[in-house]
Design a protein around this ligand. Structure first.
Ligand SMILES: [Zn+2]
Ligand SMILES: [Zn+2]
Ligand SMILES: [Zn+2]
Ligand SMILES: [Zn+2]
Length: 247
């Protein structure tokens, strides 16, 4: 699949304008700078993060989230948020890596954490320009990159605000090549059609018995699409998690 046909844009959470992924960071910076200049709050810190990820079924880092994260939020709050919007399938382990430090979340561990304390506030660690690596599931791993774009004297406590994310990618059915794909069949490799519109999915089920059984997964707006048993987000911005509507 060509990257340019999938190139993503996002809607600004402040003014509602649609902005290309390349211009979004600067666009949001304008809003945040204005807010901070108008009503700065001494001692408060909020971080503008850009989270990007590459999917298994699409190439390029076309998935993105722009987040405003309060300095009092913990790594485990951020972990929860990323799981809820993009990742959670069946409770895998996850970890943040930042400058040689590692924060691991493990359900089996006594306190749930290995390495650095996941309850540490991000404000104690984040610096503008920092790049963190994040991994969800150490088997079929989804890798994300988290960039700390800037910091503002804004009151956000431990809140995590979704300022923008990529709109549904224009993923087409690989069988008819026309309609938006709504399902994928997770047992095929690249080269074979594996992303299907509803009609082509029905045809596919006739030749692939696993499709009706277990291998069909929904097209969703996440780098975890098609991995393990990922079904999409149940709680955050679910409207934008749906497949492209073809327009
Ligand atoms: Zn805007
Ligand atoms: Zn899973
Ligand atoms: Zn089709
Ligand atoms: Zn199949």
């Amino acid at each position: 699949m060509e990257e340019d046909t999938l190139s993503s844009e996002g809607t600004c959470g402040f003014c509602g304008e649609k902005v290309s992924s390349r211009a979004l960071a600067r666009h949001l910076k304008k809003h945040l700078s204005e807010k901070a200049a108008k009503s700065p709050e001494a001692g408060k810190r909020a971080f503008h993060l850009l989270v990007t990820g590459e999917g298994w079924y699409v190439t390029g880092k076309v998935y993105f989230l722009h987040l405003l994260v309060g300095g009092e939020a913990s790594f485990s709050d951020l972990d929860d948020f990323l799981r809820a919007i993009w990742l959670e399938c069946c409770g895998h382990l996850s970890s943040f890596h930042v400058k040689g430090r590692r924060y691991d979340f493990d359900w089996m561990a006594v306190e749930g954490f290995i390495g650095e304390d996941m309850e540490q506030p991000v404000g104690e660690v984040f610096r503008t320009g920092q790049i963190l690596r994040y991994e969800y599931d150490f088997g079929s791993t989804t890798r994300l990159e988290i960039k700390v774009l800037s910091e503002y004297p804004l009151h956000s406590n431990d809140n995590i605000v979704l300022m923008s994310r990529n709109e549904a990618l224009h993923i087409k059915c690989e069988s008819c090549g026309k309609k938006p794909a709504v399902n994928l069949c997770s047992i095929h490799y690249g080269g074979e059609p594996r992303l299907f519109c509803a009609a082509c999915g029905k045809k596919h089920a006739k030749t692939c018995p696993d499709f009706d059984d277990y291998s069909a997964l929904p097209v969703v707006n996440s780098p975890r699409m098609g991995v393990c048993a990922y079904m999409g987000s149940e709680s955050i911005d679910t409207e934008r998690d749906k497949p492209w509507n073809g327009k």
